[in-house]
Design a protein around this ligand. Structure first.
Ligand code: ARG
Length: 465
């Protein structure tokens, strides 16, 4: 039994049969502390919860749990400021500083009935749920609101819808923007559905087969805020498909943003100018004084490329791995953290884009009214649409215009189907989307708030009495 904590610091958690450890050159590559330190806070809560289960078995005195909780801030800040080369991973750093602050009797017992394999997956689940609530969800909501506000602000502006990148039919610019919002809401729903799968506690899985220590897994699950215990310890410790799903959700959101960016770059081009971009989302050229470049939009489009890479990386990591933990899985966090930070950046970009777009009355081709004319002809004269289409086309070819004057306003008002660009319907949708956004975010917040640090602390305090 080691009893000199300091001498343990730069060693491994697995000292037993080893006389040598990997040299510094290799450790630099295989150690994960340089990136998994970000898990410190949630990892602490997982360790604390496991300690509660140990205290129930009389292995750790209950009084020490309160001590641990009161020293949390100090322990976490020691972990975060520790030299990254001194520890293998965040788990060993935490164990070291808990032992230092609370005593080795506690610290050296923390691994009883728990392996880093179930520790890391439980911690990652808690990290995702908690940080989604505190950091991503507010950013996502801001973006949704900014899209809706932009649809409101631009109500009344008519632009052409392009199909095959040729002017097709008049639409309200707001209708196009609400189309973006519809896609974004689907992204948010996808997040909600994926996050539900994170709501599982893996403690009790140990290294992969469970443990002989009679931990109260149900109690640990409840304290951490999870809805249920995982059903299979091998599955718990072997797979990262849920992370892959989350990273796919990030990617799909980034892809939507890239398509929106492409639309807006096109619609704001000098030759087109149906959209004006505010100066806040443009930059100039160092050489050409006249240039106003849509850099923010271009990066909103360009950044999606890396997300395709993240999805490809996590799937490649998962592919072909055997059951039971393999060290490959450590790489998941590099992908997760990078994707996480990037999606946050993208959301900030998207919010500023929607704050800075203004529709303009530009030059719409009167030919975009041809369908309205053909439809009217067919309905009023009771002739089949094929003939009406032919007559309209012939007129366009011979005279260059349609025979009857239809205004762009008339054109959009003529549309009557529920999902159409009819202004009365679009106006109603503006209200509808406000409610959809409110309900959706309320629903997700309600689900996620139980994972907040505040609520976790309250549950621990209640347990301690
Ligand atoms: N740093 C490791 C990871 O992130 C922790 C689990 C290590 N487990 C092990 N058996 N070596 O996956």
């Amino acid at each position: 039994m080691p009893n000199n904590l300091e001498s343990e610091k730069s060693k491994k958690l697995w000292g037993g049969i080893f006389e040598k450890t990997p040299p510094e050159t290799i450790r630099k590559i295989i150690d994960s502390f340089s990136f998994d330190f970000r898990l410190a806070n949630e990892n602490f809560d997982v360790v604390l919860t496991h300690s509660i289960a140990l205290s129930e078995l009389g292995i750790i005195p209950k009084t020490e749990i309160a001590k641990m909780l009161s020293k949390k801030e100090k322990i976490i800040s020691s972990v975060l400021s520790a030299e990254k080369s001194e520890f293998e991973d965040v788990h060993s750093a935490l164990e070291f500083f808990i032992s230092k602050e609370i005593g080795e009797k506690i610290g050296f017992n923390l691994r009883l009935g728990r392996s880093r394999n179930d520790e890391v997956i439980t911690t990652v689940h808690l990290w995702v749920l908690r940080n989604f609530y505190s950091s991503l969800l507010p950013a996502i909501k801001k973006t949704a609101v900014s899209i809706l506000e932009s649809a409101n602000r631009n109500f009344g502006i008519i632009i052409p819808l392009y199909t095959h990148l040729r002017q097709a039919q008049p639409i309200l610019f707001s209708h196009l923007i609400l189309g973006y919002l519809e896609g974004f809401i689907r992204c948010v729903e996808r997040f909600r559905d994926t996050l539900k799968r994170f709501d599982v506690c893996h403690l009790g899985s140990g290294a992969g087969s469970g443990t002989g220590v009679k931990l109260d897994v149900e109690k640990m699950t409840k304290i951490l805020g999870f809805s249920r215990i995982s059903r299979n310890s091998i599955d718990s410790t072997s797979r990262r498909d849920i992370l892959a799903e989350l990273i796919f959700d990030f990617c799909m959101t980034a892809i939507l943003f890239s398509k929106i960016a492409e639309d807006l770059i096109f619609l704001s081009a000098d030759e087109i100018k149906f959209v004006e971009l505010s100066e806040e989302i443009c930059t100039g050229s160092s050489m050409m004084p006249q240039k106003k470049n849509p850099d923010v939009l271009e990066l909103m489009r360009g950044k999606s490329a890396r997300f395709v890479g993240f999805v490809s990386s996590i799937l490649s990591l998962e592919k072909g791995l055997p059951s039971g933990y393999s060290k490959d899985l450590q790489e998941d966090k590099i992908i997760l953290f990078e994707a996480w930070d990037e999606i946050k950046n993208l959301l900030t970009l998207a919010e500023s884009v929607f704050d800075g777009i203004y529709g303009r009355h530009g030059k719409i081709s009167p030919h975009t009214l041809a369908t309205d004319f053909a439809e009217t002809l067919s309905l009023s004269k009771k002739i089949d649409y094929r003939t009406a289409h032919k007559i309209t086309g012939k007129e366009l070819k011979e005279k260059g215009t349609i025979p009857q004057e239809i205004s762009y306003e008339d054109s959009i008002k003529r549309k009557v189907t529920p999902q159409s660009t009819n202004p009365n319907l679009v106006k109603k949708k503006l209200k509808l989307y406000r409610n959809i956004i409110e309900d959706l975010f309320k629903d997700i917040s309600r689900f996620l708030e139980k994972f907040s640090e505040e609520n976790f602390n309250a549950r621990v305090k209640k347990y301690l009495g």
